[in-house]
Design a protein around this ligand. Structure first.
Ligand code: NAD
Ligand code: ZN
Length: 375
C-alpha cells in the first residue's frame, strides 16, 4: 500500500493507494472509528463494491446506513443531495456520524457537500472508484452540486479525513471513462512535472493495460502532484491554476457540445492539444514537446482535435468560463514540459490557432478518437 500525504495543517490527511483495500478490516478499524457510518454510493457502483465496504464495517460493529443515489451527472442536484439529508435525519445520524463516499466524482462531490453541511459539518472519507475521481476530484476538498444555470455552482471546501483508493475497482470501469481519467493524469505531467511526464511515456503500454503496480504508481504520482499544488493553494487563490491546463478550451467544448456529448476528460484532452499548440505559437514550448503531448493523448484514444466552432462561438463559450477574469479568458500555457503559466491570449492569436488546427467534427457528433492501442 502506497501512502501520499496531503499537507494542509490541521486539515491534513493521507491517501492510501493499492490493491484489494475495500474490505480491509484493519484499515476501516483505524480510519472509521465512528459508531455510525453512512455509505453514500450510486446504483451502478453499489452492486459492484458496496458489499465489501459494508461487510467490513459491520464486522467491526459499526452501524451502517447505506444511501444509494441514482447514477449520473444529471442527478448532481439539490434534489439528490436532499435524499442524503433525508436518510441521515431518518436514521438519527448525529455529528459523530462518518460519511463514506463510494463512487466516481459525482458521488464524491455530493457526499462531500452533504458532509460539509449536515449539522454544520461531519467527517467523511473518499473511496473513489473512477480514475478521474482517484487522481483528481477526491483530492483537494472541493465538494458541491450543479445548479440549472451552471456546473458546480453550489459547494464548499471540505477536506476528507482520508482517501482510500483501491486500484482493483478500475477493472470494471468502461474504456471511455478510463481514458477520460488518463487525460487528467497526462495533465499533471504536462503542466506540473516533466519527470512524471517522461515516466508516463515509458509506462504507457502498462498503464493502458491497467496493470496494477503501474496503476498504483501512476495514481500515487498524480495524487502527489495534486496534493502539492493544493497544499500550496488550498482555496484556489494562486498556483492551483496550473491544474486548469487544457480546461479553458475543455470547458468551452463541453458547453458548446452540450453536457454529456463529450466526457470532461475528452474535452480536456483536445483542450491540452490546443493549449500546447498555443504555447508553441507564443514561443514558450518546443514543437517537439507539443508533439509528445499530442502523441500521448492519441495513444490513450482521446480526441486531439476540437469541434469546429467558429471563432465567435469559441470566444463566447470561453468568456462564460468561470475562470475568465473580467470576461477575458486566461489560458494555462506551457513554459516547457511540466511548467504551466497563466496568460491572456489576444483574439488574433486564437484566430490563427483555430485556423491552423481546423475542426474535427460537426456539433452533433461525439469525439472522434484515433485507433490507438488502448486496452
Ligand atoms: N471536486 C473536484 O475537485 C472535482 C474535480 C474534477 C471533477 N469533479 C466532478 O467529478 C464529476 C465527474 O466524475 P467522474 O468522471 O468520476 O464521473 P461519474 O462519477 O459520473 O462516474 C462515471 C461513471 O462511472 C460509473 N462508475 C464509477 N465507478 C465505477 C467502477 N469502478 N466501475 C464501473 N463503473 C463505475 C459511475 O457510476 C458513472 O456512471 C463531475 O461532476 C465533476 O464536476 C470534481
Ligand atoms: Zn478536469
Amino acid at each position: 500500500m502506497t501512502v501520499v500525504d496531503v499537507d494542509l495543517g490541521s486539515r491534513s490527511y493521507p491517501i492510501f493507494i493499492g490493491s484489494d483495500l475495500l474490505g480491509r478490516a484493519d484499515w476501516w478499524e483505524r480510519h472509521a472509528p465512528n459508531a455510525t457510518v453512512a455509505v453514500v454510493t450510486n446504483d451502478t457502483v453499489a452492486p459492484l463494491y458496496a458489499e465489501r465496504v459494508i461487510v467490513a464495517l459491520q464486522a467491526l460493529g459499526r452501524r451502517v446506513v447505506p444511501i444509494v443515489l441514482p447514477d449520473g451527472e444529471e442527478h448532481k442536484t439539490w434534489q439528490t443531495l436532499n435524499l442524503v439529508y433525508d436518510a441521515l435525519l431518518r436514521e438519527h445520524c448525529d455529528r459523530q456520524t462518518l460519511i463514506v463516499a463510494l463512487g466516481g466524482g459525482v458521488v464524491g462531490d455530493i457526499a462531500g457537500f452533504a458532509a460539509a453541511t449536515y449539522q454544520r459539518g461531519i467527517p467523511f472519507i473518499q473511496v473513489p472508484t473512477t480514475l478521474l475521481a482517484q487522481v483528481d476530484s477526491s483530492v483537494g476538498g472541493k465538494t458541491g452540486i450543479n445548479h440549472p444555470s451552471g456546473k458546480n455552482m453550489i459547494g464548499a471546501f471540505h477536506q476528507p479525513q482520508a482517501v482510500l483508493i483501491d486500484v482493483e475497482t478500475l477493472a470494471s470501469l468502461p474504456d471511455r471513462e478510463y481514458a477520460a481519467g488518463l487525460a487528467e493524469v497526462i495533465k499533471h505531467g504536462a503542466a506540473c512535472s516533466a519527470e512524471y511526464f517522461v515516466w508516463l511515456e515509458s509506462e504507457l503500454p502498462a498503464l493502458l493495460a491497467r496493470e496494477r503496480t503501474v496503476l498504483t504508481e501512476a495514481i500515487a504520482g498524480s495524487c502527489r502532484i495534486k496534493a502539492q499544488v493544493v497544499s500550496a493553494d488550498e482555496r484556489e487563490a494562486g498556483r492551483r491554476f496550473v491544474l486548469n491546463f487544457g480546461h479553458t478550451f475543455g470547458h468551452a467544448i463541453e458547453t458548446g457540445m452540450g453536457y454529456g456529448a463529450w466526457l470532461h476528460g475528452e474535452a480536456v484532452a483536445a483542450g491540452m492539444v490546443l493549449a500546447a499548440e498555443l504555447s508553441v505559437a507564443l514561443g514558450t514550448l518546443e514543437q517537439g514537446d507539443a508533439k509528445r503531448i499530442r502523441r500521448m493523448i492519441e495513444s490513450c484514444r482521446l480526441p486531439v482535435a476540437p469541434p469546429d466552432f467558429d471563432l465567435d462561438t469559441w470566444q463566447e463559450l470561453m468568456e462564460r468560463d468561470k475562470k475568465a477574469s473580467q470576461g477575458a479568458p486566461r489560458f494555462v500555457l506551457l513554459r516547457g514540459l511540466g511548467e504551466g503559466y497563466l496568460s491572456p491570449v489576444p483574439r488574433e492569436r486564437l484566430a490563427a490557432l483555430f485556423a491552423a488546427v481546423g475542426g474535427a467534427q460537426r456539433r452533433d457528433q461525439s469525439p472522434r478518437v484515433s485507433s490507438g492501442t488502448a486496452g
